[in-house]
Design a protein around this ligand. Structure first.
Ligand SMILES: *[C@@H]1O[C@H](CO)[C@@H](O)[C@H](O)[C@H]1NC(C)=O
Ligand SMILES: *[C@@H]1O[C@H](CO)[C@@H](O)[C@H](O)[C@H]1NC(C)=O
Ligand SMILES: [Zn+2]
Length: 431
């Protein structure tokens, strides 16, 4: 990766503080009311997740079915969101002369006074394609779950966005100083390599989209000069859904945003709203977590795909019950591993976009194995990520005061185990 000189980094940092000046934390009441995905993440029947759990190699019927799943969901349940497709084709090392089609979905919501070139967008990203080999690979953590989480985030903030923007209009806006920010979701195609991860055999969709967004041009007097520069923060979710994730802070320039997300995590945990944490407290869960961490070393092969940087296995199993997901909130210096993991952010990062990469390191032990399927997900962890990303997004979009606080997390259907059964919990563990 190209390293940015530190003066520039400091300037970016200042600009960034300015762009996000209105970041506001959610009240305890709003955090408690954040909906979990409940039955919609059931791996067999769940409305959001189960249709993604099929092979979806670029250019295949499975890929088109999953595209249609996203499109149908937004068209029918979130009609205020705008859906765009960005298409490209490329040859790949595995498909010879055939042009493989790649289809990115860009699904956005902007303030009613949106004008191209004047509004930025928080950008939430996951890839929806699946690995072509092994055949039949389902890619549950890679990245069906991150996609489903983003659908859940969108529906969980939709009403609040409307309410906030209506209130701003009713109050009379001072357009110079008001928050112009919208939000967009990228469901990217062609993240996986067809043969071996290289610069040209990987992130096909992201490379095409970043180049196209950069070459777009807004009118000269616009706040932003092209679509790429309207991205206030590129939040990339990948490999989420396995038990006991540990996610480092990869980039110094976005460490403050990482800390914001870590603070949401900390508060959710302090209100006992983290379901994986309550489960991990049982002896059974603690022993399976030990097994998972001893396997981690074998889950990364330096020769393939993304390279997960070497890292000491954190903490003993006995201390992991409440091990946080975002482990580096307190880091003040040391190593920033951004750029060491190849992923969809790279073509954007290379063009100066600020990135928050939410990817567990080390990777989950199911990574790129047939076992990366629905049955191997840890649904309490999936639920926790859903609430955490929703809370972070609601804070970024300044939705405090607009989130629906009449629904409680336990009302929204207690979240299910991977086999669809209800998790057993002591009453005392419920919030
Ligand atoms: C992109 O590809 C999709 C799926 O193949 C197709 O339905 C759509 O019309 C294409 N869009 C554009 C803008 O070419
Ligand atoms: C808020 O949530 C409650 C409980 O789920 C629901 O009945 C109500 O319709 C929601 N209100 C809005 C404005 O969405
Ligand atoms: Zn992958």
């Amino acid at each position: 990766m190209a390293h940015t000189p530190s003066i520039l980094q400091a300037l970016f940092h200042l600009l960034f503080i300015y762009l996000a000046a209105g970041y506001s934390t959610l009240s305890e009441e709003s955090l408690r009311a954040l909906p979990g995905p409940g039955d919609d993440f059931n791996i067999k029947t769940g409305k959001l997740l189960s249709p993604i759990l099929q092979p979806r190699v670029p250019g295949t019927p499975g890929s088109i079915a999953v595209q249609n799943h996203f499109i149908d969901f937004f068209k029918t349940t979130l009609p205020a969101w705008k859906i765009e497709l960005q298409n490209s084709t490329s040859k790949t090392p595995a498909t010879g002369d055939r042009d493989v089609p790649f289809v990115n979905l860009i699904i956005s919501r902007d303030p009613p006074w949106y004008a191209p070139g004047f509004s930025s967008r928080l950008t939430l990203v996951a890839h929806y394609d699946s690995l072509s080999v092994p055949e039949g690979f389902l890619g549950a953590v890679d990245s069906a779950v991150p996609c489903a989480i983003l659908m859940h985030v969108a529906r969980s903030i939709d009403v609040a966005l409307t309410a906030k923007w209506e209130k701003m209009q009713a109050d009379g806006m001072d357009s110079e100083f008001e928050d112009h920010q919208g939000v967009q979701i990228f469901f990217l195609d062609g993240e996986e390599a067809f043969k071996t991860w290289t610069d040209t055999d990987s992130v096909y969709g992201a490379r095409s989209l970043a180049a196209e967004m950069e070459s777009s041009a807004f009118a000269a007097q616009s706040t932003f000069h092209n679509a790429l520069s309207t991205i206030s923060l590129f939040v990339l979710l990948d490999l989420l859904g396995a038990k006991n994730p540990t996610v480092p802070s990869f980039f110094m320039t976005t460490h403050w945003a990482y800390q914001k997300m870590a603070s949401v995590e900390k508060r959710l945990r302090s209100f006992s709203l983290f379901e994986s944490s309550a489960k991990a407290a049982s002896p059974k869960a603690a022993s399976s977590s030990k097994k998972a961490s001893s396997k981690k070393a074998s889950s990364k092969k330096a020769s393939s795909k993304k390279v997960s940087p070497k890292r000491k296995t954190p903490k003993k199993a006995s201390k992991r019950n409440d091990a946080v997901f975002l482990t580096e909130a307190d880091k003040t210096g040391g190593r920033w591993l951004g750029g060491m993991i190849g992923d969809d952010h790279v073509p954007f990062m290379e063009r100066g976009v600020e990135v928050l990469h939410i990817i567990p390191t080390p990777f989950p032990h199911v990574w790129h194995k047939m076992e990366d399927d629905g049955a191997h997900l840890d649904l309490p962890t999936v639920t926790d990520w859903s609430r955490l990303i929703t809370g972070f997004t609601a804070e970024w979009m300044e939705l405090e005061g607009f989130m629906n606080t009449t629904q409680t997390s336990s009302k929204n259907g207690r979240d299910l185990n991977a086999d669809g059964s209800r998790p057993t919990k002591d009453k005392s563990e419920l919030p």
